[in-house]
Ligand binder design. Structure first.
Ligand code: 5AD
Ligand code: SF4
Length: 438
């Protein structure tokens, strides 16, 4: 063993997976994970720059880590992910205590870079956009799957959509899909490792182009022995083909759960965002999906206060929320991201107004979420058990096909199994039940 490593993760599930891969690559090279910063010989921040808030958090946390570097000069301090891609060597110039900056397409070189730094102690910044396939091909080691029965697979990277507010195409690059044979082999390997739920990841999974359509990829994964559940994220409404919608009716392992960001409800704002659909198009899609699978549960991303958004535009967003009745809504205040087209439009909705709109939206959404949960009381669902409940040692928690969390009394050895649970109570963000038949 060479020493200890701690990686902090910010942002999306893609970053969570990249962190698992980083731990796996470093473990193989002799670096073991630790939660103790005093013990760590390597500390990484795997970062997100999609909104201003996580971006600022990264910078302030980096400042705090300087303390550890002063106490332990041999500590290797690094930045990876989207902030690394965006800022490159500027990070090392501004914060000279940082040793390594690795962009989104260079992460697979991590062990090699660490060796280089150990040999020379000179800071390195690598942000070239080149092949990102090698990173996608890294399979996280079993010990880093959390929980052990859920495995994430990168099927594509990057985005070609250029929504006007979004920095992703600039920091994650052009869309690149992995060949479907590699994805299938990985699904089989993970299933052999004990993974029962396969979660496909990409910035825009439903524009997948790795040799077969995304719907066909789902069909093939549905046939992999050992896999019990399939989920995926993120999808773009403009790429929801009828074939894909049909999968929710026909593939028994595909969960009844779709994350479909709509971002805004006003057609004028949607156009300014370059989203490529109207509110009516979005609602039609939801209707089609519900027709294919009446028990669908939806989640989405939305933002308030896009430049020029009026009260009436905001009301269109509220209307859409009333129509769809999402289970989960990730809602944000718009923040300009440098280099994007929207950043050129004056950010004219005041902070107070953004906060007011966000509070109205979130208050209403909280009601809808609990109303949806109440509709589930008395029903019996298959729950895949994820872990021991945080509140009680004698209880466990898991997820329904809708991805709603259910707590119920049960032993630890249920983890990884799927059991029938009768729902007795709806909570703001979860359900409580009893194992059926006991
Ligand atoms: N301001 C606020 N929210 C943003 N998002 C992306 N860019 C911005 C921005 N500039 C949100 C979108 C996206 C989610 C990951 O982050 O809702 O779906
Ligand atoms: Fe960003 Fe739009 Fe691409 Fe999503 S689809 S990553 S919001 S540019």
């Amino acid at each position: 063993m060479k020493g200890f490593v701690k990686i902090f993760t910010y942002g999306c599930q893609m970053n969570d997976l990249d962190t698992q891969k980083m731990y796996s690559m470093l473990y193989e090279a002799g670096w073991h994970p630790t939660e103790d910063l005093d013990q760590a010989d390597i500390i990484f921040l795997n970062t997100c720059s999609v909104r201003q808030k996580p971006y600022e958090k990264v910078l302030s946390n980096l400042g705090r880590l300087k303390y550890y570097k002063e106490r332990k000069p041999n500590l290797i301090l690094g930045v990876t992910g989207c902030v690394a891609q965006q800022e490159g060597k500027d990070i090392i110039e501004k914060l000279p205590f940082v040793d390594i900056v690795l962009g989104t397409h260079q992460l697979h070189k991590l062990p090699e870079m660490i060796q280089k730094i150990l040999a020379s102690r000179a800071p390195v910044a690598e942000t070239r956009f080149e092949e990102c396939i090698p990173l996608m091909d890294v399979i996280p080691a079993k010990r880093f799957l959390d929980p052990a029965h859920r495995a994430y697979i990168n099927i594509m990277q990057g985005c070609n959509n250029y929504c006007s507010y979004c920095i992703v195409p600039y920091v994650r690059g052009k869309e690149i899909s992995r060949n479907y044979k590699d994805v299938l082999n990985e699904a089989k390997t993970l299933a052999d490792m004990g993974a029962k739920e396969i979660f496909l990841l990409g910035q825009n999974v439903n524009s997948y182009s790795g040799g077969i359509t995304f719907a066909d990829l789902l069909k093939r994964i549905n046939d992999v022995e050992g896999v019990e559940r399939i989920r995926f994220t993120t999808s773009h409404p403009k790429d929801m083909s009828d074939e894909l919608i049909g999968c929710f009716a026909n593939l028994e392992k595909l969960c009844n759960n779709l994350h479909l960001p709509f971002q805004a409800g006003s057609d004028r704002v949607l156009e300014a965002m370059n989203r490529g659909y109207t509110q009516a198009d979005y609602l039609r899609l939801i209707e089609k999906l519900r027709k294919a699978q009446p028990d669908m549960a939806f989640s989405a991303d939305v933002m308030v206060g896009f430049p020029t958004e009026t009260e009436s535009d905001f009301m269109d967003t509220m209307h859409l929320i009333e129509q769809v009745r999402f289970d989960v809504l990730f809602s944000f205040k718009y923040s300009p991201r440098p280099g994007t087209r929207a950043a050129l439009i004056p950010d004219d909705v005041t902070k107070q107004e953004k906060e007011r709109r966000l509070a109205i939206l979130q208050t209403r959404q909280r009601q809808i979420t609990i109303e949806n949960n109440r509709m589930r009381v008395g029903k019996i669902f298959d729950v895949m058990v994820d872990g021991i409940s945080k509140r009680s040692k004698d209880a466990v928690f898991g997820r329904t096909t809708h991805s709603v969390i259910v707590n119920f009394k049960g032993p630890q050895d249920l983890i990884g199994k799927t059991v029938k649970v009768k729902i007795e109570r709806a909570n703001p963000n979860s359900l409580t039940g009893v194992q059926d038949g006991l």
